[in-house]
Write a protein that binds this ligand. Structure first.
Ligand code: SF4
Ligand code: SF4
Length: 468
């Protein structure tokens, strides 16, 4: 499925994330959160999942799944480094352990730089879903996503996209929102959209150094909120019918069912355990550390670990540890306090556990809520949520007509309560703000501009003021 209209009715499956080569990667992205986990392992570690661990993982994931399809996410590091023979074994094991009538869904999350024609053929033949990491246009992507020799990677990722498409595979796109990519949201979004992609997930980069200080590559809460608002406004007007933005789809799910499907937008954390190459099992891909190691597939079954008290406590803590500010928040149903990995700031009252991105989340959900709810109403009436584009275009046209018909002293059609001449007429540059002798710009409220006085328009050209 590709359009939001279709995905708005989709359901979740049983999922786990496996790391066939642990944190090993051929790139060295400046903001990567996973490379440091290499410190968890011995110096002579080979970082390859053994046949024995692979079999225990595949058998355990299928045994513990509640429903078909059973979703395996092959993650990294860079999962292509495991080689095609590894995945041949994995798929063979899946066939061996699957109950009759059940199916598996395999996904790979790749940086794309190793994806040659043989990989593309393999991926297409085995119906593997692909998540491809692209941080937008070259100027944004190549600043922070370089290989281990410091070389740019954008061109190689685009080549991978072309190869996949040549084999009939349309990847989902993962794009981080970081200090660089957040600076010009519309250019970045339009670039990805114009690549013809059908699914984008925007992932905020929030990383801290060993002293707990947020890194320079991280996005600020304000920039994150501004990014989401700008992209949403463009998407909701032009792209709902052809492009899914995962975070916006999650918002729509909240309006239709009261909860999101992703862990980050759900009340509690998910049961998406991270399985390291050596069989170690962790509570979550973002908590691969000693404190969150649940056990090992060498000694425990995946179900035992998933149902352990420690994992249940981890899962519930997302809800139970919410600070009062979140519990009282008007957008809690959408935000759910965000991912616990980012809850390291304090509320205005000094309570710990507030999400670093709080201001961004709040700004975005307050901004988008009305339109998400309208799309939810359309879904409830069994209409396509993309109809909102037509509704917005009609509303915009009608507002434009009101602007054209309004006179200077009429109430502004935008509903601000101010006179037209003191509001949108001035904001649109159709009437110049007055400038005081001291150089400060003031409201035009008591200044009468003669009809013949030229004013400066949007394009910076002199044009006559509208007739009063
Ligand atoms: S910690 Fe974050 S990424 Fe992990 S399960 Fe919870 S919400 Fe999801
Ligand atoms: S917007 Fe802020 S206060 Fe509201 S739920 Fe999210 S993190 Fe909590």
């Amino acid at each position: 499925m590709s359009s939001l209209d279709e995905r708005a009715v989709s359901t979740a499956t049983s999922v786990s994330i496996a790391k066939p080569v642990g944190p090993i990667c051929n790139l060295h992205c400046d903001y990567c959160y996973y490379l440091d986990t290499v410190d968890l392992f011995a110096r002579d570690e080979r970082f390859r999942m053994s046949e024995q661990v692979l079999e225990r993982y595949v058998a355990g994931a299928i045994a513990g799944a509640i429903t078909s399809p059973v979703h395996f996410v092959w993650h990294g590091g860079e999962p292509l480094l495991a080689g095609r023979a590894f995945y041949e074994s994995a798929f063979e094991l899946q066939r061996r352990y699957l109950p009759a009538g059940w199916t598996c869904l395999n996904s790979m999350q790749t940086n794309g730089t190793l994806l040659d024609d043989r990989w593309a053929t393999f991926i297409a033949e085995h119906h593997v879903a692909v998540g491809l990491s692209i941080d937008g246009h070259p100027a944004a992507h190549d600043r922070l996503r370089r290989d281990r020799r410091g070389r740019e990677t954008h061109a190689r990722v685009l080549a991978a996209l072309a190869r996949l498409r040549a084999h009939g595979v349309e990847p989902d796109i993962l794009c981080t929102v970081n200090a660089v990519s957040a600076t010009d949201p519309l250019t970045l979004y339009r670039y990805l959209r114009d690549l013809g992609v059908s699914w984008i997930q925007f992932i905020p980069v929030v990383a801290r150094d060993h002293d707990g200080v947020v890194t320079a590559q991280s996005v600020t809460p304000e920039a994150f909120g501004a990014f989401l608002c700008a992209v949403f406004d463009e998407w909701v007007r032009h792209d709902v019918n052809r492009l899914v933005v995962q975070g916006f789809l999650e918002g729509l799910f909240v309006t239709t069912s009261g909860h999101g499907t992703l862990c980050v937008s759900a009340e509690t954390c998910g049961q998406v355990l991270a399985i390291e190459h050596d069989g170690s099992v962790y509570s979550c891909d973002h908590f691969v550390d000693r404190a969150h190691r649940l056990g090992s597939l060498r000694t425990d079954s995946l179900s035992q670990l998933a149902n352990s008290t420690r994992q249940k406590d981890f899962t519930a803590a997302k809800r139970d540890a919410l600070p009062t500010q979140c519990r009282d928040c008007t957008v809690l149903a959408f935000c759910r306090g965000g991912c616990p990995k980012d809850r390291f700031t304090s509320t205005a009252a000094g309570e710990p556990g507030l999400n670093y991105l709080c201001a961004g989340y709040r700004r975005f959900f307050e901004h988008a809520r009305t339109r998400l709810e309208r799309m939810g109403e359309l879904v409830a009436r069994r209409q396509r949520p993309s109809l909102i584009m037509t509704e917005l275009a009609n509303a915009e046209a009608s507002r434009e007509r009101s602007f054209e018909l309004s006179r200077r002293n009429d109430p502004c059609p935008c509903g601000s309560g101010r006179k037209f001449k003191n509001c949108c007429l001035m904001l649109r540059g159709l009437i110049a703000p007055a400038t005081r002798r001291d150089g400060r710009v003031t409201s035009q409220s008591d200044v009468n501009t003669p009809a013949s006085t030229p004013t400066v328009g949007d394009a910076g050209e002199a044009k006559p003021a509208p007739t009063p």
